[in-house]
Design a protein around this ligand. Structure first.
Ligand SMILES: [Zn+2]
Length: 322
């Protein structure tokens, strides 16, 4: 057999295997949920660093919320297997996180993060100071022209500069998407996936962490299958989380699709969402994210969303297969 035929045959068998696994999963019950506390150890994530901030680190906030979420899920869904990726302040690269999820055969992957936004610098006068300035004048004409600097002292305002806190606050939910999700899905549904130039799959900022390369035909095929199999479910859970946040009267910023920085969502063989619980450099959100009440409220909102998702999955399978 020519080499190309063998490669094609192997790839085709592999795809068939993946697709079949996918079909058997459609009727599966929700059994295992992986909760990932974003960042950790030497990876601090975002930091609250505006004037009067709590200077809290994203890695600590994500761990606290994740621990409460794990406890709440165990309490409300005692028959399920709830697995945290970390329970202490350790560093894990995205590949390790994805491996924990895949090896434990998770049915859902929930990543907990906190957002941050660019800060403006403010200034204010805190006094005056005396400075030496120079008055520059010129004497003469042509080649004889001479520059004269005459020193004088002046009293000027003294300013201090500070970072102004972010105005924006609220919770947003993210799912993985190729550059144009609807086009991508349409192409997959039309089975025109062989036109690989239609797919631009983000492969993570640090390629060393990638267990497979989304730029190879095999990698693209896997990403296509994951997207086809999980995008609808990921989107549904994300929508429920957004709904539940809305009920708490904090800004629910909607379900978004991100191409960069969420390699871990692509590499997990299950529906996966990433929750930006709040903006760590917004004062209101930073206090909320660091409070027991805020952390617990988020844990309960996410748990309610998971319960709705579970009910929908297990009682309305036909409607979800579109
Ligand atoms: Zn983060």
């Amino acid at each position: 057999m020519p080499k190309n035929t063998i490669v094609f045959f192997l790839l085709f068998s592999f795809l068939l295997l993946l697709v079949n696994t996918g079909f058997s999963q459609q009727t599966k019950k929700l059994k295992t949920i992986i909760v990932d506390a974003g960042h950790g150890g030497t990876d601090f994530g975002a930091v609250g660093q505006y004037e009067h901030s709590l200077r809290s680190n994203e890695k600590d906030v994500t761990l606290a919320i994740s621990m409460k979420l794990v406890a709440e899920l165990k309490k409300q869904l005692p028959d399920l297997n709830i697995i945290p990726t970390r329970t202490s302040d350790i560093y894990q690269n995205p590949k390790e996180k994805a491996n924990i999820a895949n090896e434990n055969k998770g049915d859902l992957f929930i990543c907990i993060h906190a957002d941050s936004g660019p800060l403006n610098t403010g200034k204010r006068q805190i006094g005056t100071h005396t400075v030496t300035r120079y008055k520059v004048s010129y004497k003469g004409k042509g080649r004889k022209r001479k520059k004269i600097s005459k020193p004088y002292t002046a009293v000027e305002p003294l300013y201090e500069y500070f970072k102004m806190p972010l105005q924006r606050n609220g919770t947003s939910v993210w799912i993985f998407a190729a550059h144009k999700t609807s086009d991508k899905l349409k192409t997959i549904m039309n089975e025109q996936g062989q036109n690989e130039s239609d797919f631009e799959i983000e492969s993570g900022s640090d390629s060393a962490f990638n267990s497979f390369d989304f730029n190879t035909p095999e990698g693209r095929a896997i990403a296509q299958i994951y997207a086809k199999r999980y995008q609808e479910k990921s989107d549904r859970l994300a929508t429920y989380v957004n709904d539940e946040v809305e009920k708490t009267n904090r800004p629910a910023l909607g379900v978004n699709q991100r191409q960069k920085g969420i390699w871990v969502l692509q590499a997990t063989n299950m529906p996966a969402i990433l929750i930006e619980t709040g903006f760590i450099n917004n004062p209101e959100d930073e206090r909320y994210l660091n409070s027991e009440e805020g952390q617990q409220e988020l844990a309960e909102s996410i748990t309610s969303a998971v319960k709705r998702y579970k009910y929908q999955l297990e009682n309305n399978n036909h409607a979800s297969n579109n």
